[in-house]
Design a protein around this ligand. Structure first.
Ligand code: FAD
Length: 583
């Protein structure tokens, strides 16, 4: 049923009742001003228009383009996206014509006057500054690439990648053919995407990484295959080192990267990919609260502490699902969703709440894919959250069907409730699907037990009757039910008794890495007959059982447990141990 009312200012409010509640259709002439015209800003503007045809919507963008595909930038440099125009998802003209949005590019919002509800805007072409009043203000100014404060960092061939202009500069250097050697600093998502594309373009590339593994957002044994893939594609990696300074040539261009470990690397192009900082100054200068992350504090409707001002995207904080605390998650999905939501709320005073964000992210690095959602061992430790992990090495589809590709999946869950708290995945095809399945289960507060019961699509070209997601859930459930105990893949085994149940050929070709106190080898198929070789069960001795990936280890553990031995299955077997073990 549709009801109507007119207030003192002549605004018409129509209310439509449905089983989901009362949805207000506001038809007033409120002015919605939006700062930033890309992921969050453009989503906010178009949703606001679809919700309120009468509103005046003004969008300010300091650069030349609105609504471009940041995420596609590396792939135009590499040539996979051939046409630059493909990156322009919606032009200013399109937004004006189709959505009646007053788009003003090359206009920078310089300050917010909350008392008088207006923003000061600088026209970057004329240099003039004028005030624009708002009823609702949506801030989506994004983030900027972090730069180390070191000598030489401002040289013209030292670049970050954030927008089309950055992309054009990098591409011009690569296209010129002058650059032979690139240095990429940082192995986050953008750093890795750039490395891949630079190598494809024929540049000899060196990665400088501050930590001891690539992709520090993953646990090291999960990112190790990415390290190997980079090196297999000719990328040199300098671990545990930072960029100390850049020495310039006579033309003022950087030519030598000097590292903290004293090494010097000749380079023609230096890409800095060490993370981003939120553009939150407009908000903080206006007295709006920032969160601990430095991004703007918001509520579930993306409102700042001033209810007429919203903040979305990389400049804003969301609720981080696994900890239920505020966090900045600088990714395109949440930016688009929060923009859409704030656009509706600003236009109608009504919207759904922003759902918690898990930090789901994925990257392709040559032939491999790696991704993460929620907590890892590292981040759980940082947050002081007690977790357990189940790691499985499996195939993306039935092994008997051609071209099955290996995948390692690490599931993180609560040791008490079994709630899923995170997932990391690395491997070939199909990693994206598993990550999204687990992320979806997490979104609905699913447990590992429920994950093991998911009814997933299966035919041999697509998956397995027991999908990698199921296998990880089964391992986790066995752990919670006390059916099996696990030993961490990278554990110190120098004082442990270890039983390797692989075949002799496997043991010879891929020996278990790291020292053990005692290492016994009995293939699993002979274990029942040769169990006496382990001696009588001794409550003081907990055998660590290993195989290639943990499956035969599981059977061996079950045999031994039922004969009275104490056992732990080595998580992910010798394969994952090789990635995890550090001397
Ligand atoms: P932006 O999209 O950065 O837009 C902010 C805009 O505000 C900018 O255009 C800026 O010029 C403008 N602005 C700033 N201040 C002002 C001002 N004072 N006045 C007027 N205008 C202003 N995320 C993923 O999820 N997956 C990916 O694969 C992925 N790949 C990426 C690859 C690259 C190279 C980059 C740079 C980012 C990638 N991201 C990816 C991140 C994703 O693009 C961002 O999370 C998303 O764009 C954030 O949206 P936003 O609206 O907050 O900011």
């Amino acid at each position: 049923m549709l009801r109507g009312s007119v207030d003192g200012q002549g605004s018409i409010t129509l209310s439509k009742s449905s089983i989901h509640g009362t949805f207000k259709i506001l038809m007033d002439k409120r002015r919605i001003v939006i700062v930033g015209g890309v992921a969050g800003g453009a989503s906010a503007a178009t949703r606001a228009r679809r919700m309120n045809e009468s509103a005046e919507i003004v969008l300010f963008e300091k650069d030349e383009h609105v609504s471009f595909a940041n995420c596609g930038l590396p792939y135009h440099i590499g040539g996979e996206i051939e046409k630059r125009s493909k990156l322009l998802v919606a032009t200013a003209e399109f937004l004006r014509k189709r959505f009646k949005i007053d788009v003003r590019v090359k206009h920078r919002v310089t300050s917010i006057d909350r008392e008088n509800k207006r923003v000061m805007v600088e026209n970057l072409q004329t240099g003039t500054v004028h005030a624009v009043e708002y009823d609702k203000l949506i801030l989506s100014p994004g983030a900027r690439a972090a730069l180390p404060s070191i000598e030489g960092v401002r040289a013209k061939n030292v670049l970050t990648l954030r927008n089309l202009e950055d992309m054009d500069r990098i591409k011009a250097i690569v296209d010129s053919g002058i650059a032979q050697h690139a240095v990429v600093v940082g192995s986050g998502f953008i750093g890795l995407e750039m490395i891949e594309q630079l190598v494809i373009r024929g540049l000899k590339t060196t990665l400088i990484e501050r930590s001891s593994s690539v992709m520090p957002m993953l646990d090291s044994e999960m990112s190790d295959p990415i390290r190997a893939e980079l090196q297999a594609n000719g990328v040199a990696i300098r671990f545990n080192s930072t960029l100390e300074k850049l020495e310039l040539n006579q033309d003022g261009l950087a030519e030598t990267a000097v590292l903290s470990d004293g090494n010097r690397i000749e380079a023609d192009l230096i890409i800095i990919g060490i993370g981003v900082q939120s553009n939150s100054e407009l908000a903080s200068d206006a007295g709006l609260e920032l969160g601990e992350s430095g991004a703007i504090a918001t509520n579930a409707y993306m409102q700042t502490r001033d209810p007429d001002i919203y903040a979305v995207g990389d400049a804003a904080e969301y609720t981080y699902g696994p900890t239920e605390s505020p966090a900045r998650v600088a990714m395109a999905g949440p930016a688009n969703r929060s923009g859409r939501l704030a656009g509706q709320h600003a236009a109608t005073d009504h919207s759904d709440k922003m759902q918690p964000v898990q930090g789901t992210a994925i990257v392709r690095v040559f032939g491999l894919t790696a991704g993460v959602t929620g907590l890892t061992a590292r981040t759980a430790k940082k947050h002081g959250i007690s977790v357990r992990h189940a790691t499985v090495v499996s195939k993306n589809h039935a092994g008997y069907y051609p071209n099955a590709q290996p995948m390692t999946l690490k599931l993180t869950y609560s040791p008490t409730s079994g709630q899923i708290l995170g997932c990391q995945v690395v491997g070939g095809e199909g990693c994206d699907k598993r990550l999204d399945v687990v992320s979806t289960a997490m979104h609905f507060s699913g447990s590992v037990r429920q994950l093991g019961g998911l009814d997933l699509a299966y035919a041999p070209p697509f998956g397995a009757a027991k999908d990698p997601v199921h296998l990880a859930a089964f391992v986790a459930t066995n752990d919670l039910d006390g059916i099996e105990s696990f030993c961490e893949a990278g554990a110190d085994l120098s004082s442990r008794s270890v039983l390797d149940v692989r075949t002799a050929a496997e043991v010879e070709s891929k020996p278990l890495v790291g020292p053990t106190d005692r290492l016994v080898h009995i293939p699993v198929d002979e274990l029942r007959d040769r169990i006496s070789e382990l001696g009588e069960p001794d409550p003081k001795v907990v055998w660590v059982v290993t195989c290639a990936v943990g499956i035969r280890g599981h059977l061996a553990c079950r045999i031994l447990t039922q004969k009275g031995h104490k056992v732990e299955n080595l998580s992910g077997g010798a394969t994952v141990r090789k990635r995890a073990w550090r001397e």
